[in-house]
Design a binder for this molecule. Structure first.
Ligand SMILES: CC(=O)N[C@H]1[C@@H](OP(=O)(O)OP(=O)(O)OC[C@H]2O[C@@H](n3ccc(=O)[nH]c3=O)[C@H](O)[C@@H]2O)O[C@H](CO)[C@@H](O)[C@@H]1O[C@H](C)C(=O)N[C@@H](C)C(=O)N[C@@H](CCC(=O)O)C(=O)O
Ligand SMILES: Nc1ncnc2c1ncn2[C@@H]1O[C@H](COP(=O)(O)OP(=O)(O)OP(=O)(O)O)[C@@H](O)[C@H]1O
Length: 451
């Protein structure tokens, strides 16, 4: 398919329409008068939507259309956004404005763009709307969709729900065999939803579209909200850690967070939106919200049955292009961080067995670990823990005889540690949960299992 428009010169981004039939949602967008861009989301063996749930389903589908548009909007970032269905109520417009501004903050920063003042979803002039009252209860079955990402976090969430006897389904979006293997290993019922980006987007990329990071967790969340109504689940429990709310860097007064749609601000906005627009008994939360990355790696270190199946290395999850030959590329910030964060909690040979090598005994990886520690660099644009957390893990290893000789630990001791205040390097505070979360009452027992 060809698209003759010059994406960076477009004036209007249009949400053209969305529809659903026979398990397939079609989300349609266009720039100016250009060709339609059609994303499809396939829900396998989807049951018919009962009449009493139709309104909720339509609302969730509409939100998915609005949220998934971020992949296409970013190709041109034109000055105007147009909605075929008319303006949004304040609550919806606030959610979308925030998501596009903060979820695209890394994209904007890396492309030298400033999106402040540019993103304004059309909103109804009355100023009030559906967001002011709760939606009706749908009496959804008491069971949980647990999204699986192939990495450690979602597996910690799965095992916690299993331990409290919660009814749950392991669900994932996309066709990653690695995620499928992890989902299978959970022993839970599984649900695999397929997502096909509009082929026209790749054509736009070839034509020189703006490109960069998008808030993919928001897209997955919206897909799962549709799935919850379709298949009948009263809760969606992500595995987004406390550290995900921390900015990657600050630039001209704006926080840039690679993980914005994994953060608590987005979780609160979306869960409130679902309660007011879809169903008051549909809960959206993160089961790992109270925990730091280090608390999660400590919990994961006990889950040995997953050690030969999981991977946190995002290079596995590319849609296009080559995947790493091994589950762990060993070169990227995720590999660096997960190696470092697991190290305090696993016997060294066990850790080296997972990664097939010792990343902390490889001098060529020094710059990568320095960035994690925020030493001479900012935190990488990746899903990694806070700098202070990485420093605490490094310090803990530097005190252990079995790690002291390794090249990067020895370098930490001689070069970096003398510049740090040891009082701020304890591991223990990172293992304490915070009280901030939106986990519904019936899943709260799972929190005690993790912590
Ligand atoms: C797998 C990955 O990390 N991809 C990021 C990478 O994309 P790349 O161009 O190298 O290859 P593909 O993933 O094959 O994508 C091809 C193009 O498709 C477009 N695109 C893809 C997915 C999508 O949902 N929307 C899209 O528009 C885009 O034009 C791609 O170039 O680099 C991109 C640019 O920085 C990233 O946007 C790709 O990230 C994916 C969306 C992705 O799934 N990334 C997750 C692993 C990820 O970053 N998760 C974050 C969560 C952040 C959040 O707030 O949700 C995390 O774990 O911290
Ligand atoms: N393809 C996917 N389908 C559904 N949910 C996903 C997908 N990829 C990631 N997620 C979910 O998004 C959240 C954030 O992903 P993240 O990559 O941080 O978690 P993870 O893969 O479980 O662990 P790790 O941090 O080790 O990579 C998790 O709840 C994860 O399950």
């Amino acid at each position: 398919m060809t698209n003759p428009i010059q994406p960076r010169l477009t004036q209007v981004f249009r949400f053209v329409r969305c529809s659903y039939a026979d398990g397939v949602a079609e989300l349609v967008y266009a720039f100016d008068q250009g060709e339609e861009l059609i994303e499809r989301v396939r829900f396998p063996a989807a049951p018919a939507v009962p009449a009493e749930n139709k309104h909720a389903f339509e609302a969730a589908l509409k939100l998915l259309h609005l949220i998934a548009g971020v992949s296409y909007y970013k190709a041109g970032v034109p000055p105007k956004i147009e909605l075929a269905d008319g303006p949004l109520d304040d609550c919806t417009a606030n959610l979308l404005d925030a998501l596009y501004l903060h979820g695209l903050a890394e994209f904007a920063y890396r492309n030298g763009l400033d999106l402040r003042g540019r993103i304004a979803f059309p909103r109804s002039s009355e100023g009030r709307g559906e967001g002011d009252t709760l939606a009706k209860a749908l009496h959804l079955p008491k069971r949980t969709l647990v999204p699986i990402g192939g990495g450690k976090d979602s597996l910690v969430a799965v095992e916690a729900i299993k331990q409290i006897g919660g009814e749950a389904t392991a669900v994932w979006v996309g066709n990653s065999p690695l995620i499928a293997a992890c989902a299978e290993r959970t022993g839970l019922p599984t649900l695999n939803i397929q997502r096909e980006l509009a082929p026209g987007l790749f054509e736009l990329n070839r034509l020189g579209a703006w490109n960069g990071h998008i808030p993919v967790t928001a897209v997955n969340s919206a897909i799962l909200a549709v799935a919850a109504i379709l298949y009948g689940y009263d809760s969606i429990a992500f595995a987004n850690e406390r550290s995900a709310s921390a900015a990657t860097l600050e630039y001209e007064g704006q926080q840039v967070n690679h993980q914005w749609s994994k953060g608590y601000a987005f979780e609160q906005m979306l869960s409130e939106w679902l309660h007011t627009h879809v169903a008051v008994d549909l809960d959206y939360c993160s089961l790992l919200r109270p925990y730091s990355e280090l608390a999660i790696t400590r919990a994961f270190a006990k889950l040995t049955p997953y050690f030969d199946a999981f991977s946190s290395c995002n290079r596995n999850f590319k849609i296009l292009g080559p995947k790493p030959a091994d589950r762990w590329c060993g070169q990227c910030p995720k590999c660096h961080f997960v190696f470092l964060a697991l190290a305090p909690f696993l016997p060294k040979p066990r850790l080296l067995g997972i990664f097939g090598r010792n990343l902390l005994d490889d001098e060529t990886q020094a710059a990568g670990f320095d960035a994690l520690l925020e030493y001479h660099d900012h935190k990488p644009f990746e899903c990694v823990g806070e700098g202070a957390e990485a420093r605490a893990a490094m310090y803990a290893l530097s005190q252990r005889p079995e790690w002291q000789e390794d090249a990067l630990i020895a370098r930490f001791r001689s070069e970096i540690l003398p510049q740090l205040d040891v009082a701020g390097l304890a591991l223990e505070p990172w293992l304490q949960p915070s009280s901030e979360h939106r986990v519904p009452a019936r899943l709260q027992a799972a929190l005690a299992v993790i912590g």
